[in-house]
Design a protein around this ligand. Structure first.
Ligand code: ZN
Ligand code: ZN
Length: 251
C-alpha cells in the first residue's frame, strides 16, 4: 500500500496520502498547508489522486485545498455538509500571518485573554469552515473505495458539527507494524488527548459520545487499530483505552 504522513503548516497538521500500490490510486486526507510538499510527494510516488477527504473544515486542515484542486482537477472533494459555510471568504495573507502569530503564542502557552478572543473572532469570521462545495457530501456509513481498500465513514461530531472519521479494516500493516485496521480521527481523538470542544461549533458531550459510541464500542474497530490523528503521533485504540487521560469519559 501507499502510506505517507506529512506534517504541515503552523499548527503541525498531519496530512495523509493513502492508497493502492496496485492501481496507484490515492486519497489525500486534510491538505492543510504546504501543498507543494504534498504535490511533490504524489508526483514522486507516481500516484493518481482520486479523492480529497476532509475530517473537518477548520482552516488548518483545509487551507491549501484549492492548490491541490487546481493541480489535480479530476480529484473529488468529499466531506460532511455541516462543515460548509458559504459565507466564508478566502483568508488573506495578512490574516494568515496573524493566525500564525497567535498559534505560536498558543504553543508557548502565553496567549492572552484578549488575544484568544481575537483568534476565535478571526476564525469565526474567516477561517472556521471550508468555502468550497464538496463533489460528494459524506454521511455516516458511506464507503469510499481507493484501489483495493474500502474506507467507511463515521460521523463523529464534538470538535466541530460535521467532523468525520474514516476507517478501513483492509489495511493490516503499516511500516512493519501488524495491525487490524486504520482509523483517521481528525481532531476528535489524539495520542493521549482529545480534541478541543470549547470552540465555536464544539460540544463536549457530543465529543465523548462520538469517541465512545463510534470508536471504542464499534465492533468493527479493535484494540489493534492504528489511530492516525490530525495532529501529533500515531497511537492505537487499545493504547488510548488504557493511557488516555480522558478515558473515563469515553470508556
Ligand atoms: Zn480542528
Ligand atoms: Zn486541527
Amino acid at each position: 500500500m501507499i502510506f505517507r504522513k506529512l506534517t504541515v503548516g503552523p499548527s503541525d497538521t498531519n496530512s495523509y496520502i493513502i492508497g493502492s500500490n496496485i492501481t496507484k490510486e490515492i486519497a489525500i486526507i486534510d491538505p492543510g498547508f504546504e501543498s507543494d510538499k504534498i504535490i511533490d510527494e504524489i508526483n514522486k510516488i507516481g500516484a493518481i489522486p482520486i479523492a480529497i477527504l476532509l475530517t473537518h473544515g477548520h482552516f488548518d486542515h483545509t487551507m491549501h485545498l484549492n492548490n491541490i484542486l487546481k493541480r489535480f482537477p479530476d480529484i473529488e472533494l468529499m466531506y460532511n455538509k455541516k462543515e460548509y459555510n458559504s459565507l466564508q471568504t478566502d483568508l488573506k495573507e495578512q490574516d494568515i500571518e496573524i493566525l500564525v502569530d497567535l498559534m505560536d503564542d498558543k504553543k508557548d502557552n502565553i496567549i492572552q485573554q484578549n488575544n484568544k478572543k481575537q483568534a476565535i473572532d478571526l476564525l469565526i469570521r474567516k477561517g472556521l469552515y471550508v468555502n468550497i462545495k464538496a463533489d460528494k457530501w459524506l454521511n455516516e456509513g458511506d464507503i469510499i473505495k481507493i484501489g483495493e481498500f474500502n474506507f467507511k465513514v463515521l460521523e463523529t461530531p464534538g470538535h466541530s458539527p460535521g467532523s468525520l472519521s474514516f476507517y478501513s479494516k483492509d489495511i493490516n500493516e503499516i511500516r512493519g507494524h501488524l495491525i487490524e485496521g486504520v482509523i483517521f480521527t481528525g481532531d476528535l481523538l489524539f495520542k493521549r488527548n482529545v480534541g478541543e470542544f470549547d470552540i465555536p461549533g464544539g460540544d463536549e458531550q457530543l465529543l465523548y459520545q462520538s469517541i465512545k459510541n463510534k470508536l471504542m464500542n464499534n465492533p468493527d474497530i479493535t484494540d489493534r487499530f492504528k489511530i492516525c490523528a490530525g495532529h501529533w503521533g500515531y497511537t492505537t485504540i487499545g493504547e488510548e483505552k488504557i493511557l488516555n487521560p480522558f478515558r473515563k469519559y469515553f470508556i
